[in-house]
Design a protein around this ligand. Structure first.
Ligand code: 2P0
Length: 332
């Protein structure tokens, strides 16, 4: 790249989020409109930093991930959306550094597209509010709309399709009472997942006989979760979280053919978490579209929980997280 040819640019930092009430299934693929609402906590670990630099005169977008050039793929499609909004045509250089193991079901796409949405809109001269930025990030990856905000965040399913659906499906912060949670992330596996979550969701919606029950369960869990958060009730927050995660894995296990992300490591850690509870420690597990388990507990119990997880399985790494910030942008 000829630096003298570089146009305006911006850098953004975003963090992954872990859903306590999960998103699993779309009603519209193109607009990334979900069947149900979901609720997550944005973490304070494993940030993604993305710089977008406009390159006037370039004929294609260039994407560099952790220092390696990769195909523009979904990033190029997303930049097309931003260019359409901005009414501009320049191609861009996107440089992203991502500490999350890519594709392992640890929300790498959430932090990635939240950071990309913020950096790209700033680079193309757009000044979007949080809600609009969240709607845009959703188009890159559904769960990315939640990483736009910090702390506890609800993504509203919205209603209808087309423009009405697009306008009404966004994330926003949710109120919480006195709560000092830790999220202990046990990484047992860093390989890419067997089935991308996008394909797995499609298959689950189309073939799982349990899908309607899942969708009804999510609506109930959302209401109960909001109540538990406002009351700062970590036991209720944890119980709803673990129940919702297992329900999501059940609906996908019932798909034909089955989608199975839970591994032997996941089950061993779920057992260890149940044993902690039997010992009186309020600890609850959740598992996304991969084998890695995240344990919700109070911050005071995090060290003990991490030690128990290490003893339960030869984990590759453990990250103790708390609620973290929403996306931030620096210009220049
Ligand atoms: C979630 N997951 O709520 C759920 C739980 C994984 C399991 O959102 O197709 O990368 O790009 O909208 O957001 C992962 O799916 O999917 C996800 P797309 P995304 O966090």
């Amino acid at each position: 790249n000829d630096p003298s040819a570089a146009g305006p640019g911006a850098t953004a930092v975003a963090h992954p989020n872990i859903a306590l009430v999960k998103y699993w299934g779309k009603r519209d693929e193109t607009l990334a409109l979900p069947v149900t609402g979901s609720l997550s906590v944005t973490l304070d670990v494993l940030p993604t930093t993305t710089r977008v630099t406009l390159i006037p005169g370039a004929t294609r977008d260039v994407v560099v991930l952790n220092g390696e050039p990769v195909g523009a793929g979904r990033v190029g499609g997303f930049l097309d959306l931003v260019r359409a909004l901005a009414g501009r045509g320049e191609r861009a250089l996107v440089e992203s550094d991502n500490q999350v193991p890519t594709g392992a079901g640890l929300a790498s796409s959430a932090a990635g597209f939240a950071a990309l949405a913020a950096a790209a809109t700033a680079a193309y001269g757009l000044d979007l509010g949080g809600r609009e930025l969240s709607r845009l990030a959703r188009r890159g990856s559904g769960s990315a709309c939640r990483s736009v905000f910090g702390g506890f965040v609800q993504w509203h399913a919205g209603s209808g399709g087309g423009h009405a659906g697009d306008l009404s499906s966004y994330a926003e912060s949710v109120p919480v009472g006195a709560l000092d949670p830790a999220l202990v992330v046990a990484v047992t596996d860093t390989g890419a997942k067997a089935v991308p979550s996008r394909d797995a969701m499609r298959r689950t919606v189309a073939t799982s006989p349990l899908y309607e029950a899942w969708a009804r369960t999510c609506e109930k869990d959302l209401a109960r979760m909001r109540d538990a958060l406002v009351h700062g009730d970590i036991t209720a927050v944890g119980a709803i979280t673990e129940g919702n995660a297992l329900c999501m894995h059940a609906v996908m296990l019932a798909a034909r053919p089955a989608v199975r992300y839970l591994s032997g490591a996941s089950l061993a850690i779920l057992d260890a978490v149940a044993a902690l509870r039997a010992d009186g420690v309020p600890a609850y597990a959740t598992v996304d579209a991969g084998p890695n388990v995240v344990v919700l507990c109070s911050r005071g119990d995090a060290a003990r929980v991490a030690a128990v997880l290490r003893a339960a399985w030869p984990v590759r790494s453990i990250h103790v997280a708390g609620p973290g910030p929403g996306v931030t942008v620096e210009g220049g």
